[in-house]
Every structure is written in structure tokens, then in C-alpha cells.
Write a new protein. Structure first.
Length: 303
């Protein structure tokens, strides 16, 4: 549907209705918080579009011409429709701001998001949040497809097609069971780590991607050959504690276990793997509403 360029805009029609109701261009200008010269200019613009005078001015005020009466009648229908649209859009905005869907990597979901959600609910008590979890590749894909306005990923770089902002930093640690041979060592070498069979997350996991990126930078001939692939950090921790083998895990995921002594961290000489956790959204856009608030809270929680 294409509107003719000769159809007046809403402010001009609204002003005409005010003039017909108040009987004065000056009073109408005051009601619209504009100057009388601006009001006169707006009416002249309307008359140019209509092609005939719409107001008859006199010392006693302004009243519509016969053509102006017809335009005002049509304008009233248009303004009532515009007001209904304004109310409907306000309702839509309120509904949008009262709910949010977000997708995040497992590390973020398990160890960071609960704290963020608490702060978000304090800021927006009526907000309903739907949270989905996946590995970083799945999160990036879901945001790219437009299924979520914002996501949180791990890994060495922002996924292609997305923009992002660092919200936290994390370190990957080599961990073993307390009875493992490495547990009593002061440190192991990169070569020893490269030759070991490790318990790892599936391909697409942010932790695995960051680890493989770091290993290839320090041992160019290294090729990943996992002893076991598991789909969650909890499953990997249980396998490590059960003595199945070593793993490389987020410090966020194992901090309590290290304190409790159920898992031991192993130093690797010359290798320290730090990574960024990022909020991501489609490139060319910016988070708005609750998604913007969540991103700000995440950044403030981890300066």
C-alpha cells in the first residue's frame, strides 16, 4: 500500500483539529507546545498539500472553511486510528520488555548466569526469563538464526556474523584425580600434555576450542585425540574424579572441587590458557531492553 505524497502528516492534521476545537490558531499552538509562527507554517503546509484553504482567519479567531471542515472530519478518523495504533504498540513494547529469551554456553549457564539473573530480577521484578543452554557453536548458530536476541559464548574469538562484548574472563586448568601420577608433580611439560589422552567436551564446545587453539600455538604438530568425549562439565568432573583420566576445564567449573580436594590442578610449564566469555548478538544490531540490561549486569559483575 503506497500513500500519496499529498496526504498530510499526523502533526498537521492534529493541529487542524485543535484549531477547529479551540477556535484559535494561537490557542492551538499553545496546546501543542509550539510557537504561533510554527503553527501557521504547519497549516500553510497542509493547505499546499490539500490545494485549498482550510482555515478562515479573522480578528475573532480561526474557523475552518467548508473544505477545512471536510478535512477535519477525515482527520478525526485518521487520528483516532493513530491513537489506537499508539496504544497497541505501547502494549507490544510492554510485553516485549516483560519477557526475554537468552541462550548461553554451559559454563555461563551453570556458574555465572544465576548471579546475573538475581541482579536482573532486582532491576526488573516482573521480567520472565527463558534460558536455553548449548555449546558455544550451538549458541552462535541460534543467535545468528534470530531465535535469541542475545547469547553468551566461550572461545578465542567472536563467531562470524556476530558482534560481541567481553563480559568475563576465565582460565582453563589441567585437572586430575588426587591419585593421578601428575597430582604429585610440581609441573608437567607441554609435550607431556600433548601426548596424554584427555577427557574432553564435544566439538563446538568453547572450552575445547580454546584449548585446541592454545595447544596448536605451542605444539604445532599436536593433533587432538580425546580419550573420551562427554557432553557436560559435570560428566567430565565425575570422570576425572573417578580416575578415568585428565581433563582441561574452566576454573569456574572446578573452583569448589579444588578447594574440597576432590580434584587437583596441574601446572603446565610455559602454558597458561586464559579466555574471554562474551555476550554476542547479530552484527549490525545492538541489544535493547532486557537484553541490554543483562549485558550491562554481566559486565559489572566481572570488571
Amino acid at each position: 500500500m503506497r500513500i500519496s505524497p499529498r496526504v498530510p502528516d499526523l502533526p498537521a492534521l492534529d493541529l487542524l483539529l485543535s484549531v477547529t476545537e479551540l477556535g484559535s490558531l494561537g490557542r492551538a499552538a499553545q496546546a501543542h507546545n509550539i510557537s504561533q509562527p510554527s503553527a501557521s507554517s504547519r497549516i500553510r503546509y497542509l493547505e499546499q498539500l490539500v490545494g485549498v484553504p482550510v482555515l478562515q482567519r479573522s480578528a475573532l479567531g480561526s474557523r475552518p472553511t467548508p473544505a477545512g471542515t471536510l478535512v477535519a472530519k477525515l482527520a478525526r478518523d485518521v487520528m483516532e486510528a493513530a491513537q489506537r495504533m499508539d496504544v497497541a504498540l505501547a502494549t507490544l513494547r510492554d510485553q516485549h520488555s516483560s519477557q526475554m529469551s537468552v541462550v548461553a554456553s554451559q559454563t555461563v549457564v551453570e556458574y555465572l548466569f544465576p548471579r546475573w539473573l538475581k541482579d536482573l530480577r532486582t532491576r526488573s521484578p516482573g521480567l520472565a526469563v527463558a534460558l536455553d543452554a548449548g555449546n558455544s557453536a550451538q549458541v552462535a548458530g541460534a543467535v545468528l538464526e534470530g531465535r535469541f536476541p542475545i547469547g553468551f559464548v566461550e572461545g578465542p574469538r567472536v563467531p562470524r556474523g556476530l558482534a560481541g562484548r567481553t563480559v568475563a574472563q576465565d582460565e582453563l586448568l589441567v585437572v586430575v584425580a588426587p591419585q593421578h601420577a601428575w597430582a604429585g608433580r610440581t609441573a608437567i611439560t607441554v609435550e607431556e600434555l600433548a601426548s596424554a589422552e584427555l577427557i574432553q567436551r564435544e566439538e563446538g564446545s568453547g572450552a575445547r576450542t580454546a584449548f585446541e587453539h592454545a595447544m596448536k600455538a605451542n605444539a604445532p604438530d599436536w593433533k587432538p585425540a580425546p580419550l573420551l568425549e562427554l557432553p557436560s562439565t559435570t560428566a567430565i568432573k565425575n570422570a576425572v574424579m573417578g580416575g578415568v583420566g585428565p581433563a582441561v576445564m574452566s576454573s569456574l567449573a572446578v573452583s569448589r572441587d579444588l578447594t574440597a580436594g576432590t580434584i587437583t590442578s596441574v601446572t603446565v610449564s610455559g602454558l597458561r590458557i586464559r579466555r574471554r566469555l562474551r555476550a554476542v548478538w547479530p552484527a549490525g544490531q545492538r541489544p535493547v531492553g532486557p537484553a541490554r540490561d543483562l549485558c550491562a549486569i554481566a559486565c559489572l559483575s566481572h570488571p
